[in-house]
Design a protein around this ligand. Structure first.
Ligand SMILES: Nc1ncnc2c1ncn2[C@@H]1O[C@H](COP(=O)(O)OP(=O)(O)OP(=O)(O)O)[C@@H](O)[C@H]1O
Length: 667
């Protein structure tokens, strides 16, 4: 290396540029003058002459000649001065060359260390400081997210009986109702949400002069998000006089619609609130008759038979488009539960249509009877029978429509809609693009997460990088196995861990059916000579008619079915309190799915176990997925070896043969 470097330097040192030559010439001249003057003054004015020389010389050289300075001071005789000058000439030359060629002559520098150490240090080109990972992640972050309210998952608020609401903002009736169903304290998400959604000063249903802020809630599975919106809706609407559609709850599946309806019906008992559903489970005409009062005349404010409607997005759009007088103009609450899933679904742009319907309804224009020629083609708002509109039933959006009538300004002045959007999920999207489609009004975020109050930035980073929080009572495990042994590993797991009351998730309906059949054959063989009864395993899939699905869920809740094998159809939101185990027979495709699957157990503070069976070739991907979510160390790896599986092997092989026979017969 050094040889190559010197070779590069050699030809350059020989070559003197014109400026160098000029510089050296001038230097010699000055030296002559200096010698003369030193002879004259015997070394008196040396510093001055040196300064002069330094001024002219390049800065680097001025700093590189301490020896020269010392040498001159000590010069006593012309002889010595001349000798020294010769040496200096050579040094100057070297310094000049070294300064000019410093980028290519490391070897040369090493040859004269004093010289090098005296050289000024120039800044070397370097890459600009790259922003940290956290800086990058936080860039462009929604301000509302930065101002999120962090709620500790361990926060609870007792629900007192009597006049004092204990800070819950709930009426005595609702508190009694909660007590009746065994709820004695509010969970963290409810403790944070209720005071926000039920301000103590609020006396009217609509808030046209100070429209409410929209709300986004991210809280772990099973943490009680449903009650966090159901209770404020019931409390706010229970004082209403006229039935209007004032709360709309959108959910991704029929099963969830049925579940939320049940909760609302239990809690609204004793109020006059009417609850409806629209999922497509019944005929469209039937649903229409359940939802609207009158389909025959067009009413400005619409008409509704229900105060609260729970629906799936597809069917909601069907009614918006096809049901006369189905109106969202009176909405006070629009709840989007499992928001990230619903925002990912387009359903004829359901969200944009719903948002448009909550705004002022365009007034129908009709051609005016022309009084003169200039009044030809003048359109005026069509008159509606105002008799059908009662003041207490009018939302600000409807009042805004009445500008064409000669009414007091109180009724007709422009007011903002009071519709408050409430978004919930255990895996709420942080994607500002997706959230912007909701046109949120001054949104307030609540994040229920075990966070450190002093580390806002790291908390935010967790949120932005979608490190979702899990229930603290959940134990997670993974078992890596050979694909051919996976069913056997599953049977072993079921029997060694006494797995009953379990949900098992597969990747497809076909995988579900095959596993259920194999398990049934296996159980039949295993219990052949035993007195114990085989475990009951059932498939639960979207292929089944809804009545059958309902019946299967009921049997599972009653523990007549031990294990329910399903696809991700019920991985979200379904609340079955006795589920003690969740098994992902096939690995979930992403972290969101994983969070929702495992979240079917360990709900409402109960403990639960989640098991993921990972085929060898999937192990790397699965572990990486957990690692990216900062979750790898929370999932314990359980090893099962051939010796453990040996006792079950004969039954398994017999079951496999049975299954083969069935498939051979079918094909
Ligand atoms: N304050 C409470 N006290 C006792 N149990 C509660 C309370 N709040 C909710 N629960 C119960 O906790 C369970 C889970 O509640 P919920 O279904 O609302 O969870 P979630 O946060 O919506 O979960 P997911 O994200 O999975 O949908 C339900 O059985 C519910 O009845």
């Amino acid at each position: 290396m050094s040889g190559t470097a010197s070779a590069n330097v050699a030809p350059i040192t020989k070559e003197k540029t014109k400026s160098k030559q000029r510089y050296l010439k001038r230097k010699k001249e000055r030296r002559k003058i200096r010698t003369k003057s030193s002879l004259k003054s015997k070394g008196d004015d040396k510093d001055e002459s040196e300064d002069e020389e330094m001024e002219d010389a390049p800065k680097s050289i001025s700093l590189t000649l301490p020896e020269e300075r010392n040498g001159l001071i000590q010069e006593k005789t012309l002889q010595r001065s001349k000798k020294r000058s010769r040496e200096e000439d050579q040094e100057d030359e070297d310094v000049l060359m070294a300064t000019e060629e410093r980028d290519i002559s490391p070897s040369r520098r090493s040859q004269s260390p004093e010289l090098v150490s005296a050289l000024p240090s120039f800044p070397l080109p370097a890459l600009p400081n790259a922003p940290s990972k956290s800086d990058l992640a936080l860039q462009g972050l929604d301000q509302a997210l930065i101002g999120a309210e962090w709620v500790s998952p361990t926060t609870v608020l007792p629900i007192p009986i009597g006049k004092d609401d204990g800070g819950t903002r709930l009426s005595e009736r609702t508190r009694m109702r909660l007590r009746d169903i065994g709820i004695t304290e509010l969970f963290a998400v409810q403790t944070a949400l209720l005071p926000f959604l039920l301000p103590s000063q609020q006396h009217s249903l609509y808030l046209p002069y100070s429209p409410p802020r929209d709300v986004c809630v991210s809280a772990p599975t099973g943490s009680g998000k449903t009650l966090a919106y159901v209770l404020p809706i019931i409390e706010t609407l229970s004082s209403r006089v006229v039935t209007r559609l004032r709360a709309l709850i959108v959910l991704p599946t029929r099963d969830l619609v049925a579940q939320v309806r049940e909760t609302i019906e239990v809690l609204s008992k004793g109020t006059k609130l009417k609850v409806g559903t629209a999922t497509g489970q019944h005929s469209f005409a039937h649903e229409q008759s359940q939802l609207v009062q009158d389909k025959n005349i067009d009413l400005l404010g619409g008409s509704s038979k229900v105060d609260i409607l729970i629906c799936t997005p597809g069917r909601l759009i069907d009614h918006l488009v096809g049901t006369p007088n189905f109106s969202l103009q009176h909405l006070r609450f629009l709840v989007v539960d499992e928001a990230d899933r619903l925002l990912a679904q387009s359903f004829q742009g359901w969200l944009a249509q719903v948002l448009a319907a909550t705004r002022v309804r365009p007034t129908t224009l009709v051609a005016q009877q022309p009084q003169s020629e200039s009044e030809q083609n003048v359109m005026v708002p069509q008159l509606h029978p105002l008799d059908s509109l009662l003041p207490d039933g009018l939302s600000p959006t409807v009042l805004g429509n009445l500008t064409s009538y000669s009414m007091p300004s109180f009724f007709t002045e422009h007011r903002s809609t009071s519709c408050q959007k409430l978004l919930f999920s255990a895996t709420l999207t942080r994607d500002p693009g997706k959230i912007s489609t909701l046109e949120l009004r001054n949104p307030k975020y609540f994040i229920v997460q075990g966070s450190d109050a002093n580390h806002t930035e790291s908390n935010l980073l967790d949120v932005v990088t979608e490190k979702f929080s899990m229930p603290a009572t959940l134990n997670e495990h993974m078992i890596v196995s050979d694909p051919s042994e996976k069913p056997l590993v599953f049977f072993h797991l079921v029997h060694t861990q006494n797995i009953t009351n379990a949900l098992v998730f597969t990747k497809s309906t076909e995988s579900t059916i095959r596993l259920v059949r194999l398990f049934e054959f296996f159980e039949a063989k295993r219990t052949d000579n035993e007195s114990s009864a085989p475990l009951v395993l059932r498939a639960y899939s979207s292929d089944l008619p809804s009545q059958e699905r309902k019946s299967i869920l009921e049997q599972f809740k009653e523990q007549k079915i031990n294990i329910l094998v399903c696809s991700d159809l019920i991985s979200r939101g379904i609340d079955i309190s006795h589920v003690s185990h969740v098994v992902s027979y096939d690995v979930p495709v992403d972290m969101r799915k994983y969070v929702h699957r495992v979240g079917r157990t360990a709900r409402a503070g109960r403990t639960g176990d989640a098991w993921t069976l990972v085929e060898q070739q999937e192990a790397r991907y699965f572990k990486q997925m957990l690692k990216n979510a900062g979750h790898l160390e929370l999932v314990k790896r359980v090893r099962i070896n051939a010796k453990d599986l040996a006792p079950l092997l004969p039954h398994y092989e017999a079951a496999l043969n049975n299954l083969k026979e069935v498939y051979t017969r079918q094909s």
